[in-house]
Design a protein around this ligand. Structure first.
Ligand code: NAI
Ligand code: MG
Length: 353
């Protein structure tokens, strides 16, 4: 029996509605598999927790999380109780940083039954691998003077180590997919870091002769996401370019409620964290209509990470069979509830058994 320990942090708002739904789905999958068991531990860390304890997680919070196989997070944020920068930095961003989750992965694909805003989305199916620890989001720089002479400098930081590990991850993913990696660059305009990025890309590509590669400038690449997203398989991008591309990816899918993500620790020292792209959605909380698919697809990414790709793929097929049959929450133009979607996914999974 393969036992996997997972720390559940539902967080705030609809996180508390979709995490239990996705957990039920994972338990169903484990039961069908037979040789797999999840052991979930729930942590109540959230804005409500903050009101009571004056912190988003206890002092030993990170210590308590570090030995889990994975962290399954819902969403963090309730501005009625705690300012966003306090809640996000005290929990979500703290975990990403301290657990060295240096790569962020976001897939985007056409999901059956979900209308893309593109008139002709064809059948795109891509993954964005974003370098998540350095690049343009560095803390090096400063501001001086006031008024006319005022100036600000923000340095971008690209290390060989950081760049290589993101690229290696991208090639590794592509080797199990359509065997193509696109590098997002801008070496025609950014004259030090991006030529460096390009040369590291060429070096890493040599280790994977079976993978075809190309480099695209970020501006043209963004346009291609809209005109020909089906041409891409895996895209590797710096922190800033990856941030923008992944929102574009969620955008062309049709709803933020279905988009998943993973924050990957690549050195194996700490667990990775899996979370949907959406936030706590205070405008729909408590109505039972939150789309659980972002969280359930996130569960598929966690299965992949645990080496259970076959189960992960089955889960995504079942999600699409449900949406394809017209089971949709209101954000997708339907009138089904969180529970109805979840129950339908679970019952179709059981039929496969
Ligand atoms: P949001 O993603 O929570 O909501 C944006 C819009 O999308 C809302 O209209 C919401 O109803 C809808 N939506 C989101 N997820 C949905 C789902 N699963 N099903 C149906 N509709 C869904 O973003 P917003 O409103 O900017 O932020 C709300 C709070 O969430 C803030 O406190 C923010 O800081 C936090 N947040 C947290 C994130 C995280 O934990 N990773 C990410 C984004 C926001
Ligand atoms: Mg973003």
């Amino acid at each position: 029996m393969k036992k996997l320990t997972v720390a559940n942090i539902p967080g705030d708002g609809i996180g508390r509605e979709v995490v239990p739904a996705a957990t039920e789905v994972l338990n169903t999958i484990a039961a069908i598999h037979g040789g797999l068991k999840f052991e979930f531990t729930n942590f109540p860390w959230s804005c409500e927790y903050y009101l009571e304890h004056n912190q988003m997680m206890p002092d030993d919070g990170m210590e308590r999380l570090k030995d889990f196989d994975g962290i399954f997070l819902g969403a963090v944020g309730n501005i009625k109780l705690v300012p966003d920068h306090v809640s996000l930095w005290g929990l979500l961003i703290k975990i990403r940083r301290e657990f060295e989750q240096v790569i962020n992965i976001r897939p985007a694909k056409v999901i059956k039954g979900v209308t893309s805003p593109l008139t002709n989305p064809r059948d795109f199916d891509l993954i964005i691998v974003r370098e998540n620890s350095e690049g343009e989001y560095s803390e090096i720089g400063g501001r001086i003077y006031r008024g006319e002479d005022e100036l600000a400098i923000q340095n971008a930081v690209f290390s060989r180590k950081g760049t290589e590990r993101a690229m290696q991850h991208a090639f590794h993913l592509a080797s199990r997919r359509k065997k193509r990696v696109t590098s997002a660059t801008k070496s025609n305009g950014i004259t030090y870091s991006m030529p460096f990025w390009d040369s590291v890309f060429q070096d890493v590509a040599k280790e994977y002769p079976e993978i075809s590669t190309d480099s695209q400038h970020i501006d043209a690449l963004s346009a291609f996401f809209v005109t020909h997203p089906e041409k891409f398989d895996v895209i590797v991008a710096s922190n800033l370019f990856g941030d923008i591309l992944s929102d574009l990816g969620a955008g062309i899918m049709g709803s933020v409620g279905i988009a998943p993500s993973a924050n990957i620790n690549v050195n194996g020292k700490y667990p990775s964290m899996f979370e949907p792209v959406h936030g706590s959605a205070p405008d729909i909380v408590g109505r039972g209509v939150a789309n659980p698919i972002g969280q359930i697809w996130t569960a598929k990414m966690m299965l992949d990470h645990f080496g259970e790709e076959e189960l992960g793929n089955t889960l995504l097929e079942v999600i699409e069979s449900v949406t394809g049959a017209g089971f949709l929450t209101p954000d997708l133009g339907g009138n089904h509830s969180t529970k109805e979607i979840t129950d339908e996914i679970i019952s179709r999974l059981k039929e496969l058994d």
